[in-house]
Design a binder for this molecule. Structure first.
Ligand code: NAP
Length: 505
């Protein structure tokens, strides 16, 4: 699956090379990019962490990770041998400035060996507390002086609120040009998310109906069966609003609601997305009360197994006020979307894991069929499934075969599995390739992050200042708290059921 696009010699310095993200996502992604012919002929991956390891031990660890997590299955010995000779490890403490001198020496050596000036990508796969110190130390060691060849990749979360996001942006922009900063939201690298843009802007039939005249409301649902697992210490200080809505779900909304960019240039696309965030209606305290609901899961049964409630999870405060579910109604106040509600919900320990966008169109203006024909009537919907199913379904009414006139809802389906033979790349493959190519389209710009925080601050502040008295308010393996149903039912709608294949009716 390689193309004519060529990547330049590249050195990846991975802070947190021994961590979970590096092992489950980064190492498999880099290996698959190598298998698919995207890696440059000269590249180097330098992992770093406090754990003392030799190059050989680090390679062994990554091989185990790849064997376990790579979408292409276990590594092929010959390919692994070729790939792994480019992997190195440096034990280090990221707070110690001397560490960075060592990186400098390694980078200089590669450049000398390769007789070139390679791109250097500093990947910060470490706790967000370390982002400022790493950035400052890179700067002190003069490792990012050339904006053309040095890039820094920042993992989520980017800030804990508006003030801390602004502070981090200020620090980074004092060291790097914006064109060097790659703020990751891995959702943007997902094939199906990128396809929203392709679907909207490469098909002329959609634009005339993609507005308030035809669309009644939009729902964005990202639900997980998993609980917090081992991430209690991080999650208890974050919650669903920070962990999911501030980034992934608002980005999905931007793709649905954005105006057409004049080109596929990174800043053009990002400008159109930030326009959406700027147009989103700000919440008054009364709006927060009426349009935002939160939940926390209690114990229950999932797939025949008893699971603990959130407050009983490891590293979670037994009296925690952190929300594991949030549902919010937004409005985008511009000509295209005036009056169209965008409902969002996300939660842990839900009945099903799925990320789905449902766009509901307005009803027909006049019913011509008898009531007996339309018992299972449903307005047209476009359902974009991001995961686990990767598909787009247009739900329409059609005549059921037979002598009588009975209408059913059927799906016109485009699904990746049935259409394409080749496997879709993982989001991290797309994003790592983009960092090598210097393409920032799928990365968050500083102003986008701040707009998203600003929008959510009234909800965050209200929820943090008022302890919820009814937590836990939904049980594991449910669809969240009843108040979430009430939020949407007040407007005469209900949360859509997640997609299933065309059924015989
Ligand atoms: P992790 O498993 O806890 O790994 C942390 C890494 O930081 C380890 O490699 C650790 O190395 C290194 N480290 C800690 N202190 C250090 C120090 N003083 N000097 C040098 N290295 C140090 O964390 P993670 O889950 O990979 O997450 C990393 C980042 O990715 C976080 O910002 C997280 O929010 C983000 N993220 C992770 C995931 C995921 O799936 N894991 C998903 C989305 C975003 P040693 O143990 O060898 O010291």
């Amino acid at each position: 699956m390689s193309s004519n696009i060529k990547t330049s010699p590249t050195i990846f310095v991975i802070f947190g090379g021994t961590g979970d993200l590096a092992s489950r996502k980064l190492a498999p992604a880099l290996y698959n990019l190598f298998l698919d012919g995207w890696m440059p002929s000269q590249f180097s991956i330098i992992g770093t962490g406090r754990t003392p390891l030799s190059d050989e031990q680090f390679r062994e660890n990554l091989l185990n990770d790849i064997n376990q997590f790579s979408r292409s299955g276990k590594a092929v010995a010959e390919k692994w041998a070729e790939f792994s000779q480019n992997i190195y490890y440096q034990v280090s403490d990221i707070k110690n400035a001397d560490t960075y001198k060592e990186f400098g020496k390694r980078i200089d050596k590669h450049n000398a060996d390769w007789k070139t000036k390679a791109n250097v990508i500093y990947y910060l796969a470490v706790s967000p507390n370390f982002f400022p110190i790493i950035a400052s130390n890179i700067s002190k060691a003069k490792l990012a002086d050339d904006p053309k060849t040095t890039r820094i990749v920042i993992e989520k979360p980017f800030g804990h609120d508006l003030a801390t996001a602004k502070e981090l942006n200020k620090l980074l922009s004092g060291i790097f040009d914006e064109c060097q900063i790659y703020r990751i939201d891995h959702y943007l690298g997902k094939e199906t998310v990128q396809n929203i843009m392709a679907f909207r802007f490469a098909n002329s039939i959609l634009e005339p109906i993609w507005n308030r005249n035809y669309i009644e409301h939009v729902q964005i649902s990202v639900t997980e069966q998993l609980g917090v697992e081992e991430r209690g210490d991080y999650y208890d200080g974050a919650g669903a609003l920070r962990d999911m809505i501030q980034n992934h779900l608002l980005q999905l909304l931007c793709f649905v609601a954005m105006e057409t960019p004049i080109s596929f240039n990174a800043d053009e696309v990002r400008n159109r997305k930030v326009d959406v965030l700027r147009a989103m209606r700000r919440f008054t305290p009364e709006d927060v009360r009426l349009s935002a609901v939160r939940g926390q899961y209690g114990k229950g049964w999932m797939q025949g197994k008893e699971v603990p409630g959130y407050r009983e999870e490891p590293k979670v405060n037994p009296d925690s006020n952190t929300e594991t579910f949030a549902a919010i109604k937004f409005f985008v106040d511009n000509w295209r979307w005036h009056g169209v509600p965008f409902y969002m919900r996300t939660g842990k320990r839900m009945h099903q894991s799925a990320s789905v966008i449902s766009i509901q169109f307005k009803d027909v203006p006049h019913f011509v069929f008898p009531a007996s024909a339309t018992e299972s009537w449903q307005q047209n919907r476009l359902v974009i499934s991001i995961q686990p199913e990767m598909s787009i379904r247009l739900q329409v009414q059609a005549k059921r075969p037979g002598l009588d006139m009975v209408l059913n809802t059927v799906d016109m389906v485009f699904d990746y599995k049935g259409t394409y033979d080749n496997q879709a790349p993982e989001a991290y493959e797309t994003l790592l390739l983009d960092t090598m190519l210097g393409d920032q389209t799928l990365f968050m710009r500083g102003d986008q992050v701040e707009e998203a925080w600003e929008l959510l601050m009234p909800i965050l502040e209200t929820w943090e200042s008022k302890k919820s008295l009814n937590f836990p308010n939904y049980s594991a393996d449910s669809w969240g708290p009843e108040i979430a149903e009430a939020l949407i039912a007040r407007d005469g709608y209900h949360w859509f059921s997640l997609p299933s294949n065309n059924k015989k009716k």
